[in-house]
Design a protein around this ligand. Structure first.
Ligand code: BES
Ligand code: ZN
Length: 632
């Protein structure tokens, strides 16, 4: 095979590559320490903040240029002196550059202090009224900074290439959390800011490990906590606490120990989970020490813990070793899916790792279709975000599953797990505390497997990194999936030729009685695909299928969402209103966006009506994406 010409000709002069998604001059500086303080002002729904950077000058810049987005800047000081500051015009979607010019120039070591407030346009925070919470006792707020929303929470070098240790001091009327461990007496956290609303309490957190801005988080509300393991607690509203504890307590510590065996010991001390209200737009977010999780994980059957395995795995892939820009996002997510499945394999057996990989492959196939006009651009492993592309637009299953498949391919290429395994701690050890690009990944593979150079030369690096579309399909162990495929095939064969009664005779609830919800997912996807290829109407069969297996009333959103895909595809009109109702209860984009796309296809007026009714329920990021999806 040809040597990797494209990869080599596109290699940046210095590694890691520069980040196109920041307006800051970050490459001139390195941050030794960041102190961030907030007063939470519930009445005005704003945060009043002070950020203090200890920053070393490593380049030639004579001023600071930081990212900001919809922030009010009150003052800036450099080395104790008032400094001139200026906000440039906004450049969508990157925000407004904040330039701070020191009165007396910059030294090698500097302090930069900026006082600011968030505004009602803040894209990083969702504020909930108390009526929008489970307990209805207190209002609630939570942040979501990945990918480029940290700049709307505080002025920062908003790039995953810059890392810092942090101290956080929050003042709130209600319990508050942030990206770190609870500070101890000996930790030097910043003084609380003056003028906190009366009755506020002080909450202090410390992050001893250097982290990028996108991992900064804050949440506050009527929160309580319970143990889910020796180093783990779950936080949530009091009325949900028992259910959350039950969901996670059997698996969390086992997951951590399984991950430690694959990589190396967990270095962040505690691993906690915050279960958020339903409008949280993701399944999970790997905020350090405090994974943020959707309440759709609390299904009462412990069948969504793979999301915990995923977010925990980010403690190595993403949080210790970080993509240098969102163009190399697969290094975060592909590695994390790879580790997630290694954890599942270690806990439940290798065939389960393969089973999850099969689901992932199916998701990848579907993603290729959903990308639509963005297929060429965003189905590559390494994407191009030059020219103010929005990382939220580039987001899809591709970096997750193409990334996983690349690593799985490499694992097999070098001779299987036993050969590949020593590379894992080597890679994470080498880049720990750092950020890297895909070129450095390639170099590290060559470095580690120097005795297998010929084998690595056989990799079609150009195609893996820069070709659109599906990669070569690997051979998966289909032991668990086969049962699902067999039943699906029988449904597809009967769908257009058998009556309702005949279907009820042929199939029964017993068919799936022993299944996990993940098996139902594989079954539903397979039936939906099969039905799509049939020429006759499949609505009778879809209806019978739901009568027999009751997928529509499942407690697991992975199952419900697949059921609606099948039902809408079969034009089962009775389900349109039910889908509409369900869309008013889930805020996780993975379900909301495809749900609206489906409904829009069969009943646009209904889709628009439901969106309008639930506008304020959805998170700002989710709202913006659905607006785009519906062409509003
Ligand atoms: N880091 C992501 C979530 C994310 C990605 C937020 C990009 C914003 C921008 C998180 O780790 C994730 O991948 N969550 C998945 C979990 C799943 C793959 C198990 C999700 O939300 O569905
Ligand atoms: Zn992830």
């Amino acid at each position: 095979m040809a040597s990797s010409t494209l990869v080599e000709s596109s290699r940046p002069q210095a590694s890691p590559a520069l980040d196109p998604s920041t307006l800051s001059n970050y490459s001139n500086f390195s941050i030794a320490q960041t102190d961030l303080s907030y007063n939470i002002n519930w009445a005005s729904k704003t945060l009043h903040g002070l950020v203090r950077y200890s920053v070393d000058k490593t380049g030639s810049a004579d001023k600071f240029v930081l990212d900001s987005s919809f922030l009010d800047i009150h003052s800036a000081r450099v080395n104790g002196e008032d400094a001139k500051f200026e906000l440039s015009d906004r450049i969508e979607p990157l925000g407004a550059a904040l330039t701070v010019t020191p009165a007396s120039g910059l030294s090698t070591k500097n302090t930069l202090e900026i006082e600011f407030s968030t505004t009602d346009k803040c894209t990083a925070i969702q504020w909930l009224n108390k009526e929008q919470t489970a307990g209805q006792k207190a209002p609630y707020l939570f942040s979501q900074c990945q990918a480029i929303h940290a700049r709307s929470l505080f002025p920062c070098f908003d790039t995953p290439s810059v890392k810092s240790k942090y101290n956080f001091t929050l003042q709130s009327l209600y319990p508050a959390l942030s990206s770190g461990n609870v500070a101890s007496e000996s930790d030097r956290t910043p003084e609380p800011l003056p003028n906190a609303p009366e009755g506020s309490q002080v909450f202090r957190f410390v992050q001893h490990m250097p982290i990028p801005s996108y991992l900064v988080c804050i949440a506050s509300g009527d929160l309580d906590s319970a143990n889910i393991g020796p180093r783990s607690q779950v936080y949530t509203e009091p009325s949900k606490l028992d259910a959350c504890k039950w969901e996670f307590e059997a698996d969390t510590e086992n997951i951590i120990q399984a991950a430690e065996k694959v990589v190396f010991p967990y270095e962040w001390k505690t691993y906690n989970v915050l279960v958020l209200p339903p409008s949280f737009p993701y399944g999970g977010m790997e905020n350090p020490n405090i994974t943020f999780a959707t309440p759709t994980l609390i299904s009462g059957d412990r069948e969504n813990v793979h999301v915990i395995a995923h977010e925990l795995a980010h403690s190595w892939s993403g949080n210790l070793v970080t993509n240098c820009s969102w163009e190399h996002f697969w290094l975060n997510e592909g590695w994390t899916v790879y580790l997630e499945r290694r954890i599942l394999g270690a806990l439940h057996g290798e065939e389960h790792r393969h089973f999850h990989a099969i689901i992932g492959w199916k998701d990848l196939e579907n993603a290729m279709v959903s990308l639509g006009d963005n297929f060429e651009k965003y189905s590559k492993l390494v994407v191009n975000l030059q020219g103010h592309q929005d990382p939220d637009d580039a987001f899809s299953t591709v970096p997750y599953e193409k990334g996983f498949n690349f690593l799985f391919y490499l694992e097999n290429l070098v001779g299987g797990k036993a050969e590949f395994d020593p590379f894992i701690p080597y890679y994470f050890g080498k880049f720990k505390g750092k950020s890297l690009d895909s070129y450095q990944f390639k170099d590290t593979l060559y470095e580690f497997f120097s005795n297998k150079k010929a084998l690595l030369d056989s990799i079609d690096w150009d195609s893996w990194y820069f070709n659109s579309g599906l990669p070569p399909k690997p051979k998966f162990d289909t032991t668990i999936a086969d049962e699902c495929y067999d039943l699906a095939n029988r449904w597809v064969a009967s769908a257009t030729i058998k009556s309702q009664e005949e279907l009820h005779k042929e199939f029964s609830a017993k068919d799936i009685a022993s299944w996990t919800s993940t098996q139902s997912v594989v079954f539903l996807d397979s039936v939906a695909d099969g039905f799509e290829k049939l020429s006759g109407s499949t609505s009778v069969a879809a209806s019978a299928l739901n009568e027999i297996y009751s997928f529509g009333s499942s407690h697991n959103p992975e199952v419900i969402s697949r059921w609606y895909r099948l039902a809408i595809g079969a034009q089962l009109e009775s389900q349109y209103a039910l889908l509409a109702k369900w869309l008013g209860t889930v805020g996780r984009m993975k379900f909301v966006r495809p749900g609206f796309k489906l409904l829009n296809k069969v009943d646009r007026p209904l889709a628009l009506k439901v969106f309008e009714q639930n506008r304020s329920f959805y998170h700002p990021i989710c709202r913006a994406m659905v607006v785009k999806d519906l062409g509003l």
